[in-house]
Write a new protein. Structure first.
Length: 158
């Protein structure tokens, strides 16, 4: 069972985020299932992607967090495909001990002969995570990388 690690919570300043906005485990989703409009979809995402956290902004799942031992191309491709197919959250953060990569669900799906970093799927590689939460909540990350957030590339329009 996957849960948000202490390090993930510390790195992204998630400690003080309310339980209604940051889900640390599948049990958290179950606890608020009757009061959260996206609980069923969040539960499916948690189970299929083995997530470690879900951050909601204005009650909408916005960031999926996935912790891995090492960022590997094949794992990322599979994870990204599931993330893009679901089409709910706009950001996927994949964190290893040495790297943090942020992906957009509003970019073209990855094809067999393409790199995951092509076509604006990879929004950025974070050097510091300190301001990430603020940038998401204020929408600054979307303004900084508009090419990565084209709604015409979302799963329901593509």
């Amino acid at each position: 069972m996957s849960i948000a690690s202490v390090q993930l919570i510390k790195d992204f300043n998630l400690k003080d985020v309310s339980a209604h906005d940051f889900f640390r485990s599948a049990e958290d989703i179950e606890k608020y299932a009757g009061r959260h409009p996206y609980s069923h979809l969040m539960r499916r995402a948690w189970e299929t992607m083995h997530l470690n956290g879900i951050l909601c902004v204005d009650s909408r799942p916005t960031v999926y967090f996935k912790e891995v031992k090492q960022i590997r191309s094949r794992l990322l491709r599979e994870l990204y495909q599931k993330f893009w197919n679901q089409g709910l959250a706009t950001l996927l953060v994949v964190k290893s001990a040495t790297d943090v990569q942020v992906f957009s669900s509003l970019a073209e799906p990855v094809r067999e002969n393409e790199a995951l970093s092509d076509k604006d799927r990879l929004v950025e590689t974070l050097k510091t995570t300190a301001t990430f939460l603020q940038r998401v909540e204020t929408g600054q990350i979307y303004r900084d990388h508009p090419e990565s957030f084209n709604s015409d590339k979302a799963v329901d329009k593509f």
